[in-house]
Design a protein around this ligand. Structure first.
Ligand code: UD1
Length: 339
């Protein structure tokens, strides 16, 4: 069975391709290599022993998208990761983000409308909840005004899919709202590859420990939390990847109860920034250089998932905990240093 993975050489995309191939799917990857490289493709092949079809294609090129789908009419499902994801950059360049994340989604959905079987998995984010009023966050929590154009593209993306599903019962979609995906494949052959100075916590910790950065800045210790630092739900990327396979199977087997469903992907456990640092120090047995600095604008105080719906309805549960995920990130970082 042929499955298209857009953005399949990215962080979550590449891990999902591995899981799909492990389950026997034939994978076609589209990626424009804007934030990835062909080495990732080699890594996928090395891990799974199978070579996915790869097309370097920019989904912003509508004609190319049309041509691609004409050539691959036997695609049974699409997992759509391709998107830009840097929050700060999206504030600087909003139109770039709307073009990259919205136009491309529309072009893909337009082609799905022409196909006979259309199972669509969307890469969404807990950012749609902004600062939720109640913890843990259920899928029923209100969608709040987005903090950034990036966040807005996830909200608008879900609306576009939902509107499309309303008028085209042939299209079935699941939107997966990730909390904070971290970690790397256990082989340490694929993982997260931030370009330039990392913006996210785990890559920054790894590069600090590896000596690439001098010290981690902890953004604020005066939040109303157990130790004053922000709380997030860090989830292993392999767990996130497996959830995509399960979601796709749900659609392929017509087990969905409506043709647009949403699920939170998290562990259900919130960890503070200081707890993450402690977990890093414990599993690696080394101290991390860090200092407390001012809050980062746009950060929510706390966000962790209620995973009941994902556990009971989707039939998926995170298998790894924070320490497992951090250890895998560290092994990945060490493999990068060794190159
Ligand atoms: C961020 C985005 C989110 C996006 C996700 C994945 C914001 C506001 N949110 O999530 O929309 O889906 O990345 O790309 O940017 N921290 C430090 N020092 C650092 C880096 C982070 O203390 O150098 C803290 C942050 O203040 C936060 C926590 O670590 O409390 C996690 O930060 P990060 O990894 O950037 O993820 P989010 O901000 O939760």
């Amino acid at each position: 069975m042929k499955v298209l993975v857009t953005g399949g050489l990215g962080f979550i995309g590449s891990h999902t391709v591995v899981e799909l191939q492990n389950e026997g799917y034939q994978v076609v990857i589209i990626d424009n290599l804007s934030n990835s490289s062909l080495d990732v493709l080699k890594g996928i092949v090395a891990i799974s022993g199978k070579t996915p079809i790869f097309e370097k294609l920019d989904l912003k090129d509508k004609v190319q998208v049309q041509t691609f789908f004409k050539q691959h009419q036997d695609i049974q499902g699409v997992i759509h990761f391709a998107a830009s994801k840097a929050v700060g950059e999206s504030v600087e360049k909003p139109l770039l983000y709307y073009e990259n994340n919205i136009n491309t989604l529309v072009y893909v959905l337009q082609e799905l409308e022409k196909l006979n079987v259309s199972n669509f998995i969307f890469s969404s984010s807990c950012t749609v909840y902004a600062q939720a009023d109640v913890m843990p966050i259920t899928e029923g929590a209100p969608i709040k005004m987005a903090e950034s154009p990036y966040g807005n593209t996830k909200q608008i993306g879900e609306e576009i899919i939902q509107d499309t599903c309303k008028v085209n019962a042939k299209i079935k979609a699941i939107s997966l709202r990730y909390f904070n995906p971290i970690g790397a494949h256990e082989s340490a052959i694929i993982g997260e590859l931030p370009i330039g100075v990392p913006q996210n916590l785990i890559p920054y910790i790894m590069q600090t420990a590896a000596g690439i950065r001098e010290e981690l800045s902890v953004f604020g210790d005066d939040y109303p939390t157990i130790d004053g630092t922000c709380i997030r739900d860090y989830i292993h990327v392999v767990d996130v990847a497996k959830a995509h396979v399960i979601a796709l199977q749900r659609l392929l087997k017509n087990k969905n109860t409506s043709n647009f469903e949403v699920f939170n992907l998290g562990t259900g456990t919130g960890s503070s920034v200081l707890e993450v640092i402690q977990a890093f120090e414990k599993v690696t047995n080394q101290k991390l250089n860090y200092k407390i600095v001012n809050r980062r604008s746009g950060d929510v105080v706390s966000a962790y998932a209620d995973t009941t719906k994902a556990n009971e309805v989707l039939g998926w549960k995170a298998q790894y905990n924070l320490e497992d995920a951090i250890l895998s990130s560290w092994q990945w970082q060490k493999s990068l240093n060794a190159v």
